[in-house]
Design a protein around this ligand. Structure first.
Ligand code: GUN
Length: 267
């Protein structure tokens, strides 16, 4: 085993543009790094920057031996090609797990990704640590984004759930969701999930984050989830709140992935 005492894990964060929600997420990630003793570096680029500027920042962090994780906060401004940028990210530093090779390995049986995307990994951790049985259960995932819907559905399958994916074109989404033992929703539609959508005793994980104006809050807005929380509590056996549910788990998993990456380097 190589000597790793005194070595510090490092995370690089690239933020492009001025989206308030992305700024909040990034601020929270950097703060969590400070609290955990992980060194963080940040590259902030303006909304109108060129694709090459983002690529250059990624490549610089790829080469930096003090950086073990590189994260490009999504979504990127529309003129930038997200796929092209994520493709150049070093596979060994892809702590978000968004590189197509990591995602492909997550999808394929018998293969192991180097990193599992943080929000799905956090959802799974919540289920496991809360003693929720997954194997053989019916799970419904609402939304099919690359960041949450797709990887959480793959992860639940890996844990032997029977998984259905509900999306904007699904007919009778309410009926399908009502059959689920586990519901993971990431639609970004406030109050989409009413009590009538839920089976008695189900477990509901709300990954929805929709910013709504709120002059009384510190940043002028607050985040709301997909689930009608009070209603859902009357039917489900457990419901995660927004904020304070999955969000902190995403950050915790990012720290875990960064630490794992540093351990691979230092032994
Ligand atoms: N945007 C929303 N969630 C995430 C995330 O987990 N990672 C990154 N990089 N961008 C995001």
């Amino acid at each position: 085993m190589k000597e790793c005492i005194g070595k510090v894990p490092g995370l690089a964060v690239i933020l492009v543009g001025d989206r308030r929600d992305s700024q909040t997420y990034v601020r929270n990630k950097i703060k969590a790094c400070e609290e955990a003793g992980i060194k963080s570096v940040m590259a902030e680029l303006p909304n109108y920057c060129a694709e090459d500027d983002v690529m250059t920042a990624v490549l610089k962090f790829n080469e930096d031996p003090s950086v073990h994780g590189v994260l490009v906060q999504l979504p990127l401004p529309e003129h930038l090609d997200e796929e092209k940028i994520l493709n150049v990210l070093s596979l060994e530093k892809d702590v978000d797990g968004f590189h197509p090779v990591n995602m492909g390995n997550l999808a394929m049986r018998g293969r192991e990704p180097l990193f599992i995307p943080c929000t799905p990994k956090g959802c799974l951790e919540l289920l496991i640590r809360s003693g929720v049985e997954i194997a053989g259960k019916k799970a419904v995932v609402i939304g099919r984004s690359n960041i949450v819907g797709l990887p959480i559905s793959l992860l639940l399958q890996r844990h032997h759930a029977t998984v259905s994916i509900v999306h904007a074109c699904t007919k009778n989404p309410e009926q399908i969701t009502r059959e689920a033992d586990i519901v993971v929703t990431a639609a970004g539609v406030p109050n989409l999930i009413r009590s009538s959508w839920l089976k008695q005793g189900s477990v509901v994980i709300d990954v929805g984050t929709c910013p709504i104006e709120d002059p009384s809050s510190e940043f002028g807005y607050r985040l709301v989830g997909d689930v009608c929380y009070e209603e859902a509590l009357r039917v489900a056996s457990a419901v995660t709140p927004v904020p304070g549910g999955v969000g902190p788990m995403t950050i915790a998993m990012l720290l875990c992935n960064t630490l794992d990456s540093a351990k691979r380097v230092y032994g």
